[in-house]
Design a protein around this ligand. Structure first.
Ligand code: ZN
Length: 168
């Protein structure tokens, strides 16, 4: 496994639409393994392939609602993910490893159901609520070239960020 560079806002790769994964081969497995290592190293809750410069429809989401799992075990790999159901609404703070130090207020569904393939091409469905639902939406947006900053009602100010850090 190897760490990959996380591309940041301003890099054109983040604005492009990713292509579906068609080959569930060693190349995909290396990409997913590298993404896992990169995500854990960066301390995020999700990562999409375009963030590491690969325009393929693959993302990782950490299911932080699951207790008793290690960070590594919380990672869900989703290849060619699609939101097939969504309901409710949540408005809250969101950030992105590609937009370091910036947080905004974004409204997302409270609950989503996602259909995806695993690394061997097997189709499965997974549900998420709260932060996990937010993360599914955020990562899938990356595959269509969208960043959370486009959807944010507003970006938090310096003062708000300091307050937020102070609370932690
Ligand atoms: Zn992001």
């Amino acid at each position: 496994m190897a760490l990959r560079i996380i591309h940041e806002e301003g890099d054109a790769v983040l604005l492009k639409k990713s292509r579906p994964v068609t080959d569930f081969d060693k190349r995909l497995h290396i990409l997913l393994d590298d993404m896992r290592e990169t995500l854990l190293n960066a301390g995020g809750v999700g990562l999409a392939a375009p963030q590491v410069g690969v325009l393929r429809r693959a993302v990782l989401v950490m299911d932080t609602n699951k207790e008793g799992l290690t960070e590594e075990e919380q990672i869900i790999e989703l290849v060619n993910p699609q939101i097939i159901e969504q309901d409710g609404e949540q408005t809250g703070q969101e950030g992105c490893l590609s937009v370091p130090g910036v947080y905004g207020i974004v409204t997302r569904p409270e609950h989503v159901r996602v259909r995806a393939q695993d690394r061997s091409g097997q189709t499965f469905e997974v549900e998420g609520t709260g932060l996990t639902a937010r993360c599914f939406c955020h990562e899938i947006d990356h595959l269509d070239g969208h960043l959370f900053t486009e959807k944010a009602q507003r970006i938090l100010s310096e003062e708000e960020l300091q307050e937020m850090n102070g609370e932690n």
